[in-house]
Structures are given as C-alpha cells and as structure tokens.
Write a protein that binds this ligand. Structure first.
Ligand code: ASP
Length: 444
C-alpha cells in the first residue's frame, strides 16, 4: 500500500481537485489518500476562532458565510450529476450549520479545535464524492476514528496501528481510502490537531502504521531543490536524499516538508517521494536511507536570525557556565539554533525574539552581552563527515569576500552551517551554487 498526501494548493480549486483525482486514479493498488483543507481555509478558520475568542460574532459569521459561499461555488463546478451535487450540498450545509451552532456556545480551546477541523472534514468529503462520481472505488475513513494522540501530544502509534488495521480490513475491497490530514483525537476523545502544516505528519504516521511501501507528498513544487530557486538561477531538483540530510534542510528553510513529519517514516525506513501535482511527470525527490552519498547535496537559508554573544572571564576553565546560559533560554521557552564557544565567550542564535529583552537582562548576570540582528543562517547539507578531506575548504573558498559571523560544523555528519548578514545572503547562495554545483558539478 502507498500513502498519497495532497496539500492545500493541490485541492485548492475545482481544476486542481480534478488533477488530484487523475493522479490517484493512476495508482493500481489499494492506497490511502490524505488531504489538507483547501488552500486558505484553515487560515479563515483560524480567523473565525480569533474573532470568536474576542466575542466578535458578527464578523465571525461573515467569515463563515464567505466560506460557505466558496464551497457552494466549488461544488457547482465540480459535480456533473444532480445526485453527487445534492450529496455535496448536504455536506457543506452540515458543516456550515456546525459552524453556525458554534456562534451560540462559549468559546474555548476545545471549540477552537472543532472549528479548525472543518477544513479537512469538508475537503475529504467532497473529494470522495467526486471519486464516486467518476466511478472510482473509494471510501471516506475518518482520521478521528484512528489518529489518536497521547498526553504529550505525540501520536499513539500502537493505538493508531490497531484502529487503522481494523478499518482497512473492513474496506479491503475499496481501492482508495480517503482521510483527513492534520486532525486527530486526544486522550479525552476530543477533536484535536497535529499543529499547523500537520498533514504531512499525518501521512507519515499512517505510512509507518500500515508499513506502506512508499509515502508520497504532493505539493506545488517538483521536489527539493539544491538551492533556493527564488534567489538563485540554475538550481535543480534533487533526485534523492537521505532522511538525515532532508531533516537538516527542512529545519533550515526548505519548507517543502514539515520537519517533524519525516520522523515516523525514517523510523520505519519508508521512502518518502516528494512530487508536484501540477507536473506529475517530473521525477520529484525520493527521501530514503540508501540515497547515494553526495559530498554536497543542497543549500538552504533561514532569515530573521539574532545572534547573542555572552563574554565572561568567569567562563575560563569553569564548569557549569553553559548550563546557566541554557537555563535562561529554557525558562523563557526559546529554542537555540546555532551555538559556538571559545574559552571566554559563547555565541548562539535564536529566531524568536519575543523574549529577547528578558533574556538579555538575565544573561547580563553572567557576562557582557552583544546582540546582532538581521542575520541569516546558511545551511549546507550533504555527507560532510569530519574525516572527509577538503570539503570545508571547498565551501569556504567560495566565500573569501564574505564576512562570516559564526560557523557550526561537526554537530552532525550532514550539516555545516554559518551565519552571515541577511544583506549578504543572496550573494552567498549564488557563490555557493556556482562553486559547489556548477563548477565542480559531477565531481561531488
Ligand atoms: N490545513 C492545515 C494547515 O493549513 C494542515 C495542513 O495543511 O497541513 O495548517
């Protein structure tokens, strides 16, 4: 069995829904299709929740009406037969009524989760009706019946496997099983979710639970690129990449994949294929554990980085200093991205500055503090194992004229990161592309 996940843009219009159906139709074997909400819908639902939390029922209802209208336009164009149209009408009326009924009740976190679930519930129902209309064997299976999270908000893999196996057994004659990404149930059996962008995670969890032969993530880009095509000409899509390299890139800005989402697939060694709904013949990127080793696989950048330097002679030959620094970040619930140390100073970076003033104030108790803003982390992913000669020279030879604020190497075998001014980012990405891929190209 394979799992195919389509994101919001892929199901974002009538035309696109038809493209998705065509792709799913070409699969010969039984498969599970995971869908996001239509693009923009979850944002609207978040807006509705926010309005309700501010007790602004009038504007919340306006948003609900607009959403209802959007769905009406979709089903009018999507369905040819009266029977399918009537069924689809019933679906959207039911969900609209559910939203309207929420206007009457007291807003809470539980209500918010119920609101956010509506996008995936509608997109999957409409898609299943469309598959039915075009004569494809399909069933809707509700993620709320098997996608269970535990008290730590982590998927309960045993329960998921148990429940999903029972459901699949019941539908053994159905070719396409359609389910919702993102939504789940918590330990209180309430509707919950896997956080924004969580549909990839759903696909990966399902893939791991059923031991799928492949998980396909369909988006609007042809796989991962070796560099950022928005800033660099002559980039190319990567044919294959290891899970470790993909994880490094996902974190550093290759937004094509939710970083957490590949964990279940990696653990069960299930290949993940990234494909483009709008160019299904493009090869895409295969993420798997046996990817051919490449010295340098890809480059990614992450903006809005702030560097903090803590300098203290008390650090010299002392133990426990770093612990005190890290505790301050932990207490402020801010995660650290990069870190480098010398004998008397430590530099680290953060991308969330919401608690910066507080953090600086507390760090001042440990030493003198310098803060630099508007920085970018450049991440180079590949097989950068420390016993490989020449790889660091290859990278930094491209950057002789660029001031570098911090370097992090050796944290893993797959990543070398450094910090530059954001104003230098595009130059750096282009220099690296030229030096590492175009000039050296096949020598990698
Ligand atoms: N619909 C949800 C979101 O927009 C989940 C997803 O698409 O992955 O965040």
């Amino acid at each position: 069995m394979i799992v195919l996940k389509f994101g919001g843009t892929s199901v974002g219009s009538v035309e696109n829904i038809k493209k998705v159906a065509k792709i799913v139709k070409t699969e010969k074997k039984q498969n599970i299709v995971v869908l996001s909400a239509m693009s923009g819908v979850t944002n609207t639902l978040v807006k509705i929740s926010n309005l309700l939390s501010q007790k602004n029922r009038v504007d919340a209802q306006l948003e609900m009406n607009n959403l209802h209208q959007k769905y009406q336009d979709v089903i009018l164009k999507l369905f040819k037969s009266k029977l399918s149209f009537d069924k689809a009408s019933l679906v959207i009326e039911c969900h609209y009524d559910e939203l309207l009924s929420i206007l009457e009740i007291k807003f809470s976190e539980k209500v918010e989760k119920l609101i956010l679930a509506q996008g995936e519930l509608v997109s999957t129902s409409l898609f299943q009706l469309y598959m039915e209309e075009i004569g494809e064997s399909s069933s809707l299976i509700s993620a709320l019946d098997f996608m269970i999270i535990d008290n730590n908000h982590e998927p309960d893999s045993n329960k998921i496997k148990e429940e999903l196996s029972k459901i699949i057994l019941k539908h053994s004659d159905t070719k396409v099983l359609i389910t919702q990404g993102f939504i789940c149930r918590n330990t209180n059996k309430e509707i919950d979710n896997l956080k924004r962008g969580g549909s990839d995670y759903t696909a990966s969890i399902i893939g791991a639970a059923i031991g799928a032969s492949q998980i396909q993530i369909w988006t609007d880009i042809s796989g991962m690129h070796n560099n950022d095509p928005r800033f660099v000409d002559q980039t190319f899509s990567i044919g294959e990449i290891s899970f470790d390299e993909a994880a490094e890139l996902a974190y550093f800005g290759a937004k094509i994949l939710h970083p957490q989402s590949i964990i279940p697939a990696k653990e069960k060694n299930i290949p993940v294929l990234l494909k483009n709904t709008f160019d299904p013949d493009a090869r895409g990127t295969l993420i798997h554990n046996n990817a051919k080793v490449e010295k340098i696989r890809a480059i990614a950048a992450k903006d809005n980085i702030t560097a903090i330097k803590i300098k203290s002679y008390r650090m010299l030959m002392a133990y426990g200093f770093l612990k005190k620094v890290f505790e301050i970040f932990e207490q402020n619930q801010i995660s650290i991205d990069m870190i480098t140390t010398s004998e008397v100073a430590v530099s680290l970076t953060i991308d969330d500055t919401s608690k910066l003033d507080n953090i600086i104030q507390e760090l001042e108790g440990l030493g003198s503090i310098e803060v630099d803003n508007d920085l970018s982390i450049i991440c180079i992913a590949g097989n950068l194992s420390q016993n490989k000669k020449g790889v660091t020279a290859l990278i930094f030879n491209c950057l002789v004229d660029i001031p570098i604020r911090m370097i992090s190497y050796g944290g893993s075998n797959y990543n070398l990161s450094f910090l530059v001014k954001t104003t230098d980012k595009v130059t750096v990405l282009n220099l690296l592309n030229k030096g590492l891929f175009i000039k050296v190209g096949s020598k990698n």
